[in-house]
Design a protein around this ligand. Structure first.
Ligand SMILES: C[S@@+](CC[C@H](N)C(=O)[O-])C[C@H]1O[C@@H](n2cnc3c(N)ncnc32)[C@H](O)[C@@H]1O
Length: 209
């Protein structure tokens, strides 16, 4: 089954399913997306935004002068995000149906976020390299995803769980190393750390001048 078909089916139950499959980690991922970044007044893109679970954290961080662009290639999922936006009266959120791998939007944003979505794209580290190459200097990038680790407490068990989960969610369970290499080749101030006891990896960097 193609990934878009999976998310068509998952749209009505995504929020609860994400909580269960992440073993409660989804609640920690969105605060971890914005933690330590000064986002006030910035325009941020959330690539593969899904139903907009990250929006509360993003909107709070950018403040009234900032803007959030939620991008997803699945119209059913994005319809759920739209309901969330309308219900909360968020006037500074724009939703875009587009593909992470080919969107021309990113040249105009200050910060690029992607939370557990990059691994849904085929050949994700290559696509990430292309995406980073097109960012304007000074753009901050932060990605959180389930990527196999080679160290840390209980990492074989965590890798095993994430590997099995990738069949359910239809993601491409690729190694951390190529993602980290792309970050280090194209960005400065790169930090790689983990979230939710090592179940997720967070990569942060800034596009140089
Ligand atoms: C696991 S969900 C993550 C949703 C959200 N970021 C969150 O933290 O809850 C992955 C999302 O990526 C979207 N997605 C997958 N491949 C995509 C692509 N090539 N372009 C844009 N969105 C994509 C899916 O439709 C889905 O909404």
């Amino acid at each position: 089954m193609k990934i878009a078909e999976r998310y068509d089916i998952a749209a009505p139950i995504y929020d609860r399913t994400a909580w269960v499959l992440s073993l409660g980690g989804i609640d920690k991922l969105h605060p971890a997306l914005v933690a330590g970044l000064d986002l006030s007044g910035k325009t941020v893109a959330d690539l593969g935004c899904g139903t907009g679970l990250a929006f509360p954290a993003l909107i709070d961080a950018v403040g009234p002068a900032g803007r959030v662009i939620g991008l997803d290639n699945n119209a059913s999922i994005l319809a759920k995000a739209e309901k969330r936006v309308v219900a909360n009266g968020w006037g500074n959120v724009e939703l875009v149906v587009d593909d992470i791998a080919t969107t021309p939007l990113l040249g105009d944003v200050d910060v690029v976020f992607s939370c557990i979505a990059m691994s849904c794209v085929p050949d994700p580290s290559q696509k990430l390299a292309e995406l980073l190459a097109n960012l304007k200097p000074g753009t901050s990038v932060r990605i959180i995803d389930a990527l196999p680790r080679t160290s840390g407490f209980g990492y074989p068990a965590i890798n095993g769980y994430n590997f099995l989960k990738s069949f359910i969610v239809g993601s491409h369970y690729k190694k951390l190393e190529p993602f980290e290499r792309v970050f280090r080749e194209q960005l400065s101030d790169v930090v790689v750390d983990s979230v939710h006891g090592g179940m997720y990896t967070r990569l942060t960097g800034v596009k140089g001048e």
